[in-house]
Design a protein around this ligand. Structure first.
Ligand SMILES: [Zn+2]
Length: 490
């Protein structure tokens, strides 16, 4: 009998870790971080100790206790059990949001990770431009360099690539006795998939995160139809926004595109925007809106890096770098406007940024100031200092394409953002910002559409708060509410 053990992602939004066992085969669907669970113990100023990270995380119940699952350098250093044979056959990632893939960095590198090409590119971008998630490549730690002439020299730069295997929507593959069918769905991140797993005792589907109001609604539709055809025994169904009734008029990604274009046409100065940096469908919406308003979207260096990866490996999927502007901010010494030669300027930036310094699409604050009406300038909440250089002129406007705050911390952040925008005239006492955002998750009517369309025999609510599970019950006759660590038969 096949079964699913829920090591996260039940009674909470995110942190999905679903272990499916069928005879000798076991696969983990997602290995995500739970923001809520981490937030119970940790904050920006108090984290798991790097020297003891696995023990700290296991002690607090943030990682599941599975012998041999974790990377050898950490496990040996921290005195945990290690097995030559990995305890599971594969990890299958639905998408590269941190609450689905964020704990991959703790896992040993020889366990195959199946994911879409887009997910792999996003994880590479995390690794190559960010602070050590180690999603695609591990950097060995706690090992001495035995060849060194100096004793006790710590081994550095020993990198190990993870065994990543690219899966494609609609193409089945096997892991031991389990057949896996990934299906593209509409979500706020490229490459997001739902999964159908065929086991010896029945068929299981995992919606992961999905919606019908983005640019790929038809993909979600195809997944639901495929579920109906496959005959699903057990449906793991997300409910992030199951308590939200539909908005009227309907808010969609296309609505954002239309409204943003209108706002930009009416603006007599610079248009500034903030949106989730890896949501390339949103980037596409704002790129098209800017074009319709005779403007060019100006992205930051991280987005340029991500677009460059997509242009190379998935050409045609998203705007090319020659269709957008690339904003180069001040580097570590701020040499950008001080007349230094190229070699000196290059040293002002990390290696991955240097390719963009002489790119034909490159712009800096002087270009944005001088040509304000030609641009839609992307400025995330952590780069508002660039406004000090740009000095937006009168008549400039701000489009906020981000979620509204849902906790006290976010409210404090939002107040600071407003202070910056008010300081530079992008909002005023009688002039709010333009809030244009839609969620990555379907509302009540959309989740009902998934549940009714899929026609599964039984349902387990995932990716939702415990109090919302009653909503699933109202939509399906056989709902099982699962506690963390519990197992359900397929
Ligand atoms: Zn997600």
């Amino acid at each position: 009998m096949a079964s699913v053990t829920f090591h996260g992602g039940v009674g909470e939004i995110g942190g999905n870790k679903f272990l499916v066992r069928d005879g000798d085969t076991s696969v983990m669907m997602d290995f995500g971080m739970s923001f809520a669970a981490e937030g119970r113990y940790f904050s920006e100023y108090r984290k798991a100790r790097a020297s003891n990270v696995l023990v700290d995380m296991l002690e607090l119940g943030l990682l599941p206790r599975i012998d041999g699952l974790y990377r050898r350098d950490y496990a040996e250093h921290m005195g945990l059990a290690w097995t030559e044979e990995p305890p599971i056959d594969a990890i299958i990632l639905t998408h590269a949001h941190i609450d689905h893939c964020g704990y991959l960095g703790y896992v040993r590198e020889d366990i195959p990770v199946h994911c879409t090409r887009a997910s792999e590119l996003i994880m590479r971008c995390f690794d190559e431009t960010g602070k050590g998630h180690q999603l695609t490549e591990l950097k060995t730690k706690f090992v001495y360099n035995t060849n060194s002439k100096k004793p006790w020299t710590r081994l550095k730069d020993d990198k190990r690539r993870r065994d990543i295997r690219i899966m494609s929507s609609g193409k089945r593959f096997r892991v031991g006795g389990i057949t896996v069918e990934p299906h593209e769905v509409d979500h706020s991140l490229p490459g997001a998939c739902a999964l159908i797993l065929h086991t010896s005792s029945g068929t299981l589907a995992n919606t992961s995160d999905l919606r019908f109001h983005g640019r790929r609604a038809r993909a979600t539709d195809r997944f639901v139809k495929r579920c109906a055809k496959a005959g699903i025994g057990l449906l793991l169904c997300e409910g992030t926004r199951i308590s939200k009734e539909p908005e009227t008029p309907a808010r969609t990604e296309r609505w954002i595109e239309r409204e943003a274009a209108r706002i930009m046409r009416e603006s007599g100065g610079l248009a500034v925007c903030g949106y989730p940096m890896r949501d390339l469908d949103r980037l596409e919406s704002l790129h098209l809106a800017a074009r319709a308003a005779d403007r060019t979207l100006v992205v930051d260096l991280k987005q340029a890096y991500l677009l460059d990866l997509f242009e190379t490996h998935l050409p045609g999927a998203y705007p090319r770098l020659d269709e957008v502007g690339i904003f180069v901010n001040r580097g570590s010494w701020g040499l950008i406007d001080k007349g230094y030669p190229d070699e000196a300027l290059a040293k002002d930036y990390d290696g991955w940024k240097r390719d963009f310094l002489n790119h034909p699409s490159r712009l800096d604050y002087r270009d944005i100031s001088a040509g304000a009406k030609k641009y839609l300038y992307y400025c995330d909440d952590f780069s508002l200092q660039n406004l000090i250089d740009i000095r937006p002129q009168k008549g400039s406007t701000y489009i906020r394409s981000l979620t509204e705050p849902f906790d006290a911390d976010m409210e404090i952040q939002e107040r600071q953002v407003k202070n910056w925008l008010a300081k530079f005239g992008l909002i005023g006492s009688s002039r709010e910002w333009h809030q244009l955002h839609v969620s990555g998750h379907g509302d009540a009517s959309q989740i009902r559409r998934v549940i009714e369309g899929a026609g599964a025999e039984r349902l387990v609510p995932i990716h939702t708060e415990r109090k919302n599970e009653a909503r699933h019950r109202a939509m399906h006759g056989r709902v099982t509410s699962v506690r963390m660590g519990r197992t359900v038969d397929v």
